[in-house]
Design a protein around this ligand. Structure first.
Ligand code: GDP
Length: 407
């Protein structure tokens, strides 16, 4: 039989015969190297199992220690690992062990607990158990992968119920005010554009003909030298990518270098590559060299890279053209010196403005997975077709359906 450690059936008094497993163990902290890892043991026999293995530094055994009191000791064969153990005050008997963070140290502790009778369990199960509902479980799961503090804060809001509460309100609205419900769904769909990027980030592509300063700009945006920059065109051979964050939003910057063959081919290659990258990009930074007269390829790139953010680079040199010379609104052009860093802060602000025009306020409900986005679009279709039952059904499964580990 399958045991579900989070369910009271497994742990409640008198139900022990329904599930032979009396203690479960899992690593709570993500795999990988770290200073400290946290291992959780829970179930009816969790305290006995942990106490039998835990060799305290002081006199008292773990099962004689008051909940919440940290105890130093050792777990594992021979010398074992030095750990801190604590019995938690929880509905289900629970012990948390903090051990050294390397994979081997964690394995030593977990396998010792396994040998003592605890069943190894997936961390996701603990997340589901801690969260209590589907959307909180998914938010807590994603929180472990949040790349920035801002994205972690937004996911924490969802783990605390921001999205769930909004969806519950929507259930009532579908019933009582369908038009209002449709407007709310539209708004949530709009917000999902940010939500689904919390983990993956946005893709910003730097495009432009050779030698305009793309690699230099990448370095300036990244804040450290990454791409090789050389006065001779053609030095940076491959597409260079870095991950960073602007204003707390995760961003991947791609330098479309390597657009060099013969002069004729450059023009076609440049445009083809820019167009290809643009399809995958959330934003294209089209770099122009302000110290040289604009070339036909610059004008063609400007004409073909719709929605790009044009950048007039090399502002530290004498200008060979002015923003009024290009066939776009001059106020759209950002002037920088990638070499000296002038204007780069303003450029970053402009990039953030373009990527996240409506940053979510603290505590706002945000659909944060592509599956939520799909559900909401489907609900929208149902509401437009006046099929309230279908909309309600889908919404209900968004709130109460089974949680999914991965996005
Ligand atoms: P890419 O081919 O577009 O990637 O251009 P690079 O970044 O390799 O730069 C080409 C040349 O322009 C190098 O010699 C850089 O030092 C120079 N360069 C780039 N940005 C600036 C700038 O803002 N000011 C000046 N004066 N030179 C720059």
């Amino acid at each position: 039989m399958t045991c579900h450690p989070g369910e009271p059936d497994d742990t409640g008094p008198g139900r022990t015969e329904s599930c032979p497993v009396r203690a479960f163990v899992t690593q709570l902290t993500p795999e990988g190297r770290g200073a400290i890892a946290v291992v959780r043991i829970w179930g009816p026999d969790a305290i006995d199992v942990a106490s039998a293995l835990f060799r305290p530094q002081g006199r008292l055994r773990l099962d004689q220690t008051a909940p919440g009191r940290l105890r130093l000791g050792r777990i594992g064969d021979a010398l074992g690992d030095e750990v801190v153990a604590v019995v938690l005050e929880a509905a289900i008997p629970t012990v948390e062990v903090q051990c050294h963070g390397g994979a081997a140290a964690v394995e030593l502790v977990v396998s010792a607990l396994e040998k003592a009778g605890a069943q190894r369990c997936d961390r996701w199960r603990v997340t589901e158990q801690t969260a209590g509902d589907r959307l909180s479980a998914e938010a807590l799961n994603d929180l472990a992968h949040a790349p920035t503090i801002l994205t972690a804060e937004i996911l924490l809001d969802q783990a605390r119920g921001a999205l769930r509460e909004e969806l519950v309100r929507l259930t009532t609205a579908i019933d009582q005010k369908p038009e209002q419900a449709l407007a709310n769904v539209e708004e949530l769909i709009g917000r999902a554009a940010v939500g689904v990027r919390l983990l993956t980030g946005w893709r910003v592509v730097i495009a432009g003909r050779p030698n305009v300063g793309k690699s230099r700009l990448l370095n300036a945006l990244a804040g450290f030298p990454r791409a090789i920059v050389d006065p001779a065109p053609g030095t940076t051979r491959d597409v260079v990518t870095i991950r960073t964050s602007f204003g707390g939003w995760p961003v991947e910057i791609v330098d479309t270098a390597g657009l060099r063959t013969t002069n004729d081919a450059i023009e076609n290659l440049g445009i083809a590559m820019s167009q290809r990258e643009q399809e995958r990009a959330d934003l294209v930074l089209l770099v122009l060299d302000r110290s040289e007269p604009l070339q036909p390829i610059d004008r063609r790139l400007l004409a073909t890279t719709a929605g790009a953010l044009p950048i007039a680079n090399k502002s530290d040199l004498a200008p060979a053209w002015s923003p009024a010379d290009v066939p776009i609104d001059p106020s759209d052009i950002v002037t920088v010196s990638a070499d000296r860093g002038d204007g780069v802060t303003g450029l970053i602000a402009k990039i953030v403005e373009r990527l996240v025009p409506d940053p979510p306020p603290v505590g706002q409900a945000l659909p944060f997975r592509p599956a939520h986005h799909d559900d909401l679009r489907q609900i929208r279709v149902s509401l437009l077709a006046n099929n309230r039952a279908a909309a309600f059904h889908r919404l209900n499964s968004m709130i109460h359906g089974p949680a999914r580990v991965g996005p």
